[in-house]
Each structure stands twice: as structure tokens, then as C-alpha cells.
Design a protein around this ligand. Structure first.
Ligand code: DCP
Length: 136
């Protein structure tokens, strides 16, 4: 292989790696409720857990996770927005518990046949009519 050709090949590989990296980032930032629901369904299927994912079980599991979320804030007094004085590990823990609540909520919606993205969008329209913005 001539040196020029090999440089081209290396450049192409670099480009490919960058594109792959970008694709990976896009996947995380472009996460959708539908996409998460699909992944949760697959997660349950792969473990034969669909039998346990009844509406009532999922609701109770979600309430349990809300309790775990509340525990993080318990006895701390008022907490400033952005959690400026929190340890990184506490923030990470908070992210995990928030995620558990979201994931169970999505799974619950899914097994109830509710498209949560659609329902929440409609509800926001209803909220805006009920609570109109301040006239300027
Ligand atoms: N039957 C189950 C059990 C778990 N999960 C998923 C949804 C939640 O995101 C997470 C909950 O897992 P755990 O019950 O292990 O709860 P925690 O992660 O909060 O662990 P711990 O209670 O030990 O802090 O796993 C699930 O989909 N179905």
C-alpha cells in the first residue's frame, strides 16, 4: 500500500470512529419515551418477567421507588436548586432513583395501553387552558 493510500485509510478510520462516537452521543441525548418503553418491554421479555409486570405490581413498585426517592431528601431541610452542596455520589444516587420512578411509570403506562408522551402532551394543553399565562 502506498503511503498516500494508507494515510487516506487512516483518515477514513478516524472519520468512522468519530461518526460512531457521535451516533452514540445522539442515542443518549435523543432518548424518547417510546424508545425507553420498548427497551423496558424487551428487558422484561428477556427475563420472563412479563408475568410479574401487572398494572398493580408496577404501581406498587413505582410507589416503592418514590419512597426511596423521598428518603434521599429526608432530614436534609430545604434543598437549594441545583443541589450545590451535595456530594457527587448523592447526586448520582438521586439520578438512579428518579430513573427508577420514570421507568416504572413508563412500564405501567405501557401495560395499561397508555401512550404517556401523547397523554402528557394533551394534559399540558389542558393545563394551559385551565391556567392561562399572565397578561402582559
Ligand atoms: N421486577 C422488576 C424488577 C426490577 N425492574 C427494574 C426497574 C427499576 O428501574 C429497577 C429496580 O430494581 P430494584 O428492585 O433492584 O431496585 P433498586 O435499583 O432501587 O435497588 P435497591 O432497592 O436495592 O436500592 O429494575 C423491573 O423492571 N422489574
Amino acid at each position: 500500500m502506498c503511503p498516500q493510500r494508507s494515510e487516506k485509510v487512516i483518515e477514513g478510520e478516524k472519520q468512522e470512529a468519530m461518526e460512531e462516537e457521535e451516533e452514540e452521543e445522539t442515542k443518549v441525548s435523543d432518548v424518547s419515551l417510546k424508545g425507553l418503553s420498548k427497551k423496558l418491554e424487551e428487558f422484561a421479555k428477556e427475563r420472563d418477567w412479563e408475568q410479574y409486570h401487572s398494572p398493580r405490581n408496577l404501581l406498587l413498585a413505582m410507589v416503592g421507588e418514590v419512597g426511596e426517592l423521598a428518603e434521599i431528601f429526608m432530614w436534609r431541610g430545604e434543598v437549594a436548586k441545583g443541589l450545590p452542596n451535595w456530594e457527587e455520589s448523592d447526586k448520582e444516587h438521586l439520578g438512579e432513583e428518579l430513573s427508577d420512578v420514570l421507568l416504572y411509570l413508563l412500564r405501567l403506562s405501557d401495560v395499561c395501553g397508555i401512550d404517556l408522551g401523547e397523554a402528557a402532551t394533551k394534559k399540558m394543553v389542558k393545563n394551559a387552558i385551565k391556567y392561562p399565562p399572565k397578561a402582559t
